[in-house]
Write a protein that binds this ligand. Structure first.
Ligand code: ZN
Ligand code: ZN
Length: 304
């Protein structure tokens, strides 16, 4: 099942010619989730040939403009394109009012149902759940209330090994119990252990998004062991004092969090426009955590 992240924007607050402000599109099977929506995000969606109509859930980490100024434009385009499918937006409480004011001022009554879900910025919290995946939010540390987001697959079912069930006369109604982990006892009372009859499911995959944040070890339990971690690295290590002051992270901060959380790989972004070439930033981070890459607009990462 496809599980991927498309980078739509990788700059810090000010966009550059190559980098848009923050936004990412997470795809899981046939679902699309937009994370943050910096100015120009809808242009990036078109540029990278993602389907706008497929987006049903939008997660906004915090209310600095570089993470949501593209939202009203996107909503407006959905409306003009005749969307009728419901849309859910998750974000800090004032966002609802901001959207309402803009719609009211332009006398727009959206053609589609819009549901707003307020995020909690004080605790780990389940925001969304469907058959195969859950999305959680968790608090980060920044100059405004902010959350990261964790996309975690649910554990899959076991897979029956066909050759091993042949001739056992298992009643069809029993198959469900077997894929859920039960042993099978035949009419003679012989027990077939579940681990003989089935393969275990693949381990659940996960992606964690750490939006703007200062270095904060409190997030480690929330992101422990994820397959892919995005962590902002606005500054290089030589700007550590500035990073502390502005409640952002450096390359080394991001890498230390990745290492301590024992994640499988790390992507860094939200680069200050002062860094035209980010190879030096990757090198700095890789001295602490080797499996690191710098994101660029248009990059796609496959999870697991
Ligand atoms: Zn930002
Ligand atoms: Zn911010």
């Amino acid at each position: 099942m496809n599980f991927s992240v498309l980078i739509l924007g990788s700059s810090a607050a000010i966009p550059t010619g190559e980098r848009n402000p923050t936004s990412q599109l997470v795809k899981y099977h046939n679902q699309s989730f937009l994370i943050d929506c910096g100015e120009g995000t809808q242009m990036q969606i078109r540029k990278y040939a993602a389907k706008m109509g497929g987006i049903q859930h939008i997660f906004i980490s915090h209310l600095h403009g570089d993470h949501y100024f593209g939202l009203i434009g996107l909503l407006s385009s959905f409306h003009l394109l005749g969307r009728d499918k419901a849309l859910w937006i998750y974000g800090p409480a004032p966002l609802k009012e901001i959207i309402d004011v803009q719609l009211r001022a332009s006398n727009t009554v959206l053609r589609f149902p819009l549901h707003f879900v307020e995020t909690r910025t004080d605790t780990f919290h389940l925001l969304f759940e469907h058959e195969r995946i859950r999305v959680f939010s968790f608090p980060l540390r920044h100059s405004l209330p902010v959350t990261g987001f964790l996309f975690r697959e649910k554990p899959g079912k076991r897979k029956i090994i066909k050759e091993r069930i042949e001739g056992l006369n298992i009643p069809p109604a029993y198959f469900r119990r077997i894929i859920e982990g039960e042993d099978f006892t035949d009419e003679q009372g012989k027990i077939y252990r579940n681990d003989y009859l089935t393969y275990p499911p693949p381990p659940p995959r996960s992606y964690a998004y750490c939006s703007d944040t200062a270095y904060d070890e409190r997030i480690i339990p929330f992101i422990k062991g994820v397959d892919l971690l995005y962590h902002e690295a606005t500054f290089g290590a030589d700007m550590q004092e500035v990073a502390r002051e502005r409640l952002h992270s450096t390359t080394r901060d991001a890498a230390s969090i990745a290492k301590k959380a024992e994640v499988k790989s790390l992507i860094i972004g939200h680069f200050s426009p002062r860094y035209e070439d980010v190879r030096g930033l990757v090198k700095e981070a890789s001295e602490i955590f080797p499996y690191v890459q710098a994101v660029a607009d248009g990059d796609v990462y496959f999870i697991g």
